[in-house]
Ligand binder design. Structure first.
Ligand code: SF4
Ligand code: SF4
Length: 172
């Protein structure tokens, strides 16, 4: 039998990778003193855990994207202020205000709809006993032109609907 010793590749020693420098720990006997940054908070200054200091707020939300082409149109002259639409509405769309009757008594009157929060479910139309709320195919600009702001203090500055009407950016 032939020896295959001459055909065998020469055995080479495995290449030794350079050793990583080991991390040396400073021992108590090390010359360099161990230093540790002071904590940002002590037990006296640390903020209380689990406290939401800046809670979110849905009054900036614009739900108009949920509408599917239809919107309730409000006719003030046909409304009897029964409040059924407000009971049916899943959002806070119907805007009411206090007004004074001819005899001096105060009463609550439906002023309109804040279309920023109207998702177009059309439940208010179903329950309205008069023709005050009717189905309307939504056209561009209708909501902006007919919306009654639920939060007037918010509308001109931050509301997305007012921003669209004014051509500014808005926040939501
Ligand atoms: S369509 Fe729906 S969300 Fe819009 S005002 Fe009527 S009940 Fe409210
Ligand atoms: S349900 Fe119709 S009539 Fe009653 S308050 Fe609403 S819009 Fe007016």
């Amino acid at each position: 039998m032939k020896s295959c010793g001459s055909l065998a590749s020469p055995v080479t020693a495995p290449r030794r990778l350079p050793l990583r420098p080991s991390r040396r720990r400073h021992s108590a006997t090390s010359k360099r003193p161990a230093s540790q940054p002071a904590p940002a908070f002590g037990y006296l200054e640390a903020p209380a855990g689990g406290v939401i200091v800046n809670p979110g707020n849905s009054i900036l939300k614009d739900l108009s994207a949920t509408r599917q082409g239809f919107i309730p149109a409000f006719d003030r002259s046909a409304c009897v202020d029964c409040g059924l639409c407000d009971l049916a509405c899943p959002d806070f769309c119907l805007v009411w205000g206090e007004e004074e009757a001819a005899d001096g008594r105060l009463f609550i009157r439906l002023r309109g709809i804040d279309y920023q929060y109207c998702k177009g479910c059309l439940k208010c139309i179903d329950v309205c006993p008069t023709t005050a709320l009717t189905l309307l195919r939504e056209e561009e600009g209708y909501a902006e032109a007919h919306s009654v702001p639920l939060f007037p203090f918010l509308h001109e500055e931050r509301s997305p609907l007012a921003a669209r009407r004014n051509g500014t950016k808005g926040e939501a």
